[in-house]
Design a protein around this ligand. Structure first.
Ligand code: B3K
Ligand code: ZN
Length: 863
């Protein structure tokens, strides 16, 4: 490495010394030698004589002019990362020409060419790989963009805003000019050139304006675009109704591409999407895929206000737009679908991923203080915990108060680049509240642990509830101040009747400890605490199994019912581990599960409640993770449940099997979900389920059921697993997004041949280390396979370590995502620690280690 990557600190923020008001870009697209001409109106900010320093990476500088005059060589300096220009002028036009090579760009950041499509990705700091610029989000300019390319290969030339010109040129070329009237930071710039099929539609805003909607998909994929279009229209309508926010341009374009590092990107007026979040029809996409399309289409659309119209001052403020926009997309999905199901799924993400991040060496507050490589901070903490923090504000203010805060936020900050503090202040001011303690959620990392003590005084008829909070130290933050923790709650009798102990359904824990006393309490109540997961905390509490079963059966809060089931299962697993024996599932718990299966409850909630906690959620409760024991206990518990409830599962499965053709609606989705859970339990019972599995696989008229049968078979190591895998491959070979599921299914199989299987699948014709989706579906999925990735001989580590090494130079962002699997290495036993450490050390020695990997490895290995 020539130079060690340097950290940036939030506290060092300084306003820009220059700004850019107008940008005029011309791209002469060529696969290996694209020429970029950039004309910038630059204005000095404040009184100083400093030079102008523009960011630029991997660019070939061709020429530089100020106010039309070539700049002499002694007045500028060009190094690996920047272009420095000395000038006494306060306001001038800077004209730069440079060259880039889109074909060589496998990192998929900046301008790249993949599968005959030119495409850009600029967030966070990719624009500097396109041309020299002030690549920071607090420089907002109006962009005009002209794209020139060969017309037969690239009939569609797209950029942000409205198309103002189209010209036929010589040599079979053409050009299109786009103008975006809204000033924006360069991370929202986009350009796409290629050949597509287009789905067109319109949306009429509530002000009566017509917005053209255009969805660009690969040729032949029009029959998979309808759901994305419908989702977009639903999102536009929902944002008007719930948030009072109306779309602002006359056109909204979404382009689906195959090569993309993440889910999608909210570029102004021109979203670029990973095809997997656009394309869906019942044969090639599962119910979950349909729901994901809706949520990601919504998310990117909602960014138009929360992210684009009001953007981030600096990248430490990322959660300003991401936490808020995730909250908005979660609410969108909940308003359109099942609120309870959505909530439970969101909590599962927090518990199995965010809690782990918050207790590891990369733990950071939702507003980080220190960053080496910004791409490393698009995390479950910034996004999902960020959304939980917004949700707590919503809990504190209620819907009306929250919307009042949003209104003030836009009144104050529309068109500006602002901070998380500005958001909190708007919420406070609009409601006359004081969020001083609440702000600790922004500044402190780590998951608070809330300890609950309950004492019921039979004679005094008084209940005393003591809540205590503590948060372990995280890197760079030894001591933690108390958080403001909202505790939603409800109370029940032993028979499950709802009791009313107070009018207040939220308790506020703001100090290290708080005592709440309730008088005139006739009988000992069972409290349902943290209803709806009202705060992202861990709870320590000694409820009896009987009490948990009462909550499971009777809590009025669906999340708490699900949570009670999860606690019951977790206890069984933990007890088995502690006693080193296969812990028994009690008759009462079996009966509680049976009651649930037979209850008049949403089938999707039954499915979720009967799904065992993930290995990583269980692991979170241990300082040193007992890999084999967790695996053995989860297996044994699943088998015991399958045996005990066999008849119930069979009966329900038959009830859920539909005679009707596939339909995408909440009721049918829920039924298929429950059917899948039943099938996956029955698959544990061995060969007697084989026929059912085959039957469902062969008769399915949709991918949800077909893949469901395949996964149940493979994950239970059923005898039909191999034949079904072969059949699936035969049917879907070449269908990339469907084959991704075939890869994941095998990568997640819990059997001792999985490492070898994954290795050999890397040579499959449908696999490629160049395409992020393939890497995620086979290799990232494999790292989530606790027992097999952590195989005791280290074969899993070696496999992923060697892939990271290969990706270090070609696609560091994707490499860094895979590296996350090693970050918690200290949580494993000493033999595994050694093996994981070896991989980390090997990577650290790489001569050209990417900053993305460098940052994570350094924090992992530092004492
Ligand atoms: N804002 C983008 C993520 C960009 C990631 C850059 N490494 C997508 C989103 O959150 O909507
Ligand atoms: Zn986002």
């Amino acid at each position: 490495m020539t130079q060690l990557p340097k950290a940036k600190y939030r506290k060092d923020y300084q306003e820009p010394e220059f700004t850019i008001t107008d940008v005029d870009l011309t791209f002469d697209l060529h696969p290996t030698e694209t020429r970029v001409k950039s004309v910038l109106k630059v204005v000095r900010q404040g009184e100083h004589e400093k030079p102008l320093v523009l960011d630029g990476e991997q660019l070939t500088l061709l020429s530089i002019k100020v106010d039309g005059e070539e700049v002499s060589e002694d007045l500028y300096q060009h190094d690996e990362h920047s272009l420095t220009l000395k000038t006494p002028l306060n306001s001038f036009t800077l004209e730069i020409e440079n060259r880039v090579n889109p074909t060589a760009n496998e990192a998929l950041e900046g301008l790249y060419l993949a599968e005959n499509t030119f495409c850009t990705q600029c967030e966070a700091e990719g624009f500097r790989r396109i041309t020299f610029y002030l690549d920071r989000p607090d420089v907002l300019a109006k962009f005009t963009t002209t794209v020139i390319a060969d017309k037969s290969d690239f009939p569609y030339l797209l950029s942000n805003g409205n198309r103002i010109k189209h010209l036929e040129l010589e040599n079979g070329k053409h050009s299109a000019t786009w103008q975006d009237p809204f000033p924006k930071p360069c991370y929202l710039f986009a350009l796409v050139a290629g050949d597509f099929d287009i789905l067109r539609d319109e949306f009429t805003t509530r002000e009566g304006r017509t917005v053209d909607l255009e969805l660009f998909v690969d040729k032949g994929n029009l029959d998979r675009a309808d759901h994305a279009m419908l989702s977009l229209k639903n999102a536009m309508k929902w944002d008007e109704e719930r948030f009072d926010l109306v779309y602002d341009l006359d056109i909204y374009m979404v382009v689906a591409v195959d090569f993309f590092n993440m889910g999608a990107m909210e570029n102004k007026g021109l979203n670029v999407f990973n095809a997997k979040y656009v394309l869906a029809n019942p044969k090639t996409a599962t119910d979950q895929d349909f729901l994901n399309v809706e949520s990601v289409i919504g998310h990117e659309y909602f960014h138009n206000w929360t992210g684009n119209r009001v953007t981030c001052r600096d990248w430490f403020q990322l959660s300003l737009k991401e936490g808020l926009t995730v909250f908005r997309d979660q609410e969108f999905s909940s308003d359109l679908g099942s609120r309870a199901v959505n909530r439970i799924q969101d909590v599962r993400v927090i518990r199995s991923h965010q809690f782990a991040e918050d207790s590891g060496p990369m733990a950071h507050p939702i507003r980080p203080d220190k960053v080496v490589q910004m791409n490393n901070f698009y995390t479950v903490t910034v996004y999902n915990k960020g959304a939980e923090v917004i949700r707590m504000i919503h809990t504190l203010l209620g819907e009306a108060g929250f919307q009042k805060g949003m209104k003030l936020y836009f009144e104050r900050h529309d068109g500006n680049a602002v901070t998380c503090e500005d958001f909190v202040k708007a919420m406070e001011d609009a409601n006359g509240k004081d969020f001083t303690t609440f702000r600790n959620w922004y500044s402190q990392a780590g998951t608070p642990v809330v300890t609950v003590e309950e004492v019921y005084d039979e004679n005094e008829k008084r209940l005393t509830l003591v809540l205590k909070q503590s948060t372990a130290s995280t890197p760079g933050q030894e001591e933690k101040a108390p958080f403001h923790i909202p505790v939603k709650w409800s109370a029940y009798s032993e028979q499950g009747q709802r009791l009313s102990l107070s009018d207040d359904d939220v308790l506020h824990l703001k100090d290290a400890e708080a005592t709440f006393a309730f008088d005139n309490v006739a009988e000992k109540p069972i409290l349902s605490l943290f209803d709806n997961f009202s705060a992202p905390v861990k709870v320590k509490r000694s409820l009896t199994d009987d009490e948990l079963r009462v909550l499971l059966a009777h809590s009025e809060d669906d999340f708490s019912r699900w949570d009670a089931a999860q606690s019951l299962f977790t206890r069984i697993v933990e007890k088995g581990i502690a006693t080193n024996s296969s812990a028994e599932l009690s008759e009462q718990t079996i009966q509680a599960c049976r009651n649930l299966l037979q209850a008049n409850t949403d089938p999707a909630l039954k499915a979720l409640a009967l799904t065992l906690p993930t290995a990583s959620t269980i692991a979170d409760g241990y300082e040193t993770i007992p890999v084999e024991a967790i695996n053995a206990q989860l297996k044994s518990l699943k088998l015991q449940l399958a045996e005990a409830l066999e008849d119930d599962f069979k009966e329900l499965l038959d009830v859920c099997v539909s005679e009707k053709a596939y339909q995408l609606n909440g009721e049918d989705i829920a039924k298929r979900q429950l059917k899948q859970v039943c099938l996956s339990y029955l698959a544990e019972l061995g060969d007697k389920t084989s026929n059912r599995l085959k039957q469902q696989f062969n008769q399915a008229d949709n991918l949800t059921d077909q893949l469901g049968a395949l996964q149940a078979a493979v994950w239970a190591n059923n005898a039909v697993a191999e034949p079904l895998l072969n059949q699936f491959e035969e049917q879907w070979r070449g269908e990339k997004l469907v084959m991704d599921k075939w890869f994941s299914t095998q990568a997640l199989a819990n059997n001792e041949k999985t490492v070898e299987r994954v290795k050999s699948l890397m040579t499959h014709p449908d696999f490629s280390l160049k395409n992020p989706n393939r890497i995620y579906s086979l290799l990232a999925a494999f790292t989530q396979n606790q027992p097999q990735f952590h195989r005791d001989d280290g074969a899993g580590y070696e496999l992923i370590g060697s892939v990271i090494q290969q990706l270090n130079t070609s696609n560091p962002q994707v490499a860094s995502r895979l590296l996350s699997a090693f970050v918690s290495w200290r949580r494993y036993d000493s033999s595994r620690q050694q093996l994981m450490r070896k991989e980390l050390e090997t990577l650290r020695e790489l001569s050209n280690l990417a900053s993305d990997l460098f940052e994570k490895i350094e924090s992992c290995l530092s004492e």
